[in-house]
Design a protein around this ligand. Structure first.
Ligand code: AMP
Length: 157
């Protein structure tokens, strides 16, 4: 297995982040690799902001929703003892920005969660499959429990 030097952990602030983060943290320790973290803002309106804009984490804005997202990333970065310079908050499309940062920062392993979706969601794609298909480096897709997929199957029978 390659000796990874820079691992990028992608977080969506879901309940399952901790599980994915633990894997990334262990790998970083095992390989003595640099660990970076990224969250791509795609869930709050960011008027007049171009896709790909890096949002500064440590300067206050008057935008309450943005401050909440910043705080979540700062907390996650603190929990993992990630250097503040390696914490990325970017406005855009998750798979595009994750891959952009990976390329620009010489990342050699991206760690994402993967829901292994079925049916329509599979056709429409997911962040994990977008990253897997387009990344130029290795990708670890950490398999997550997919409770909603199970309930969807029960509902359709
Ligand atoms: P998804 O397939 O979109 O449900 O997400 C699967 C995984 O992609 C998550 O566990 C994260 O690792 C990553 N991911 C999803 N959305 C984002 C986001 N907005 N920013 C960073 N990573 C994300």
């Amino acid at each position: 297995m390659a000796d990874y030097q820079h691992i990028l952990l992608a977080v969506d602030f879901s309940d399952q982040d901790t599980y994915v983060a633990r894997k990334a943290e262990r790998l970083a320790t095992f390989f003595s690799a640099k660990l970076s973290i990224i969250h791509v803002l795609d869930n709050i309106p960011m008027p007049d902001t171009a896709y790909g804009t890096v949002i500064p984490l440590y300067s206050d804005s008057s935008y309450e929703l943005l401050e909440i997202e910043k705080d979540k990333l700062i907390q996650a970065g603190n929990r993992l003892a990630i250097d503040p310079a390696n914490r990325w908050l970017i406005w855009g499309k998750p798979e595009v920005e994750i891959i952009r940062v990976a390329n620009e920062e010489d990342v050699d392993l991206i760690v994402v969660g993967s829901h292994g979706r079925h049916g329509l969601a599979l056709l429409l794609g997911s962040t994990a499959s977008g990253v897997l298909h387009h990344a130029q480096c290795d990708v670890l897709a950490v398999r997550l429990e997919d409770e909603w997929a199970g309930s969807e199957m029960f509902a359709s029978t």
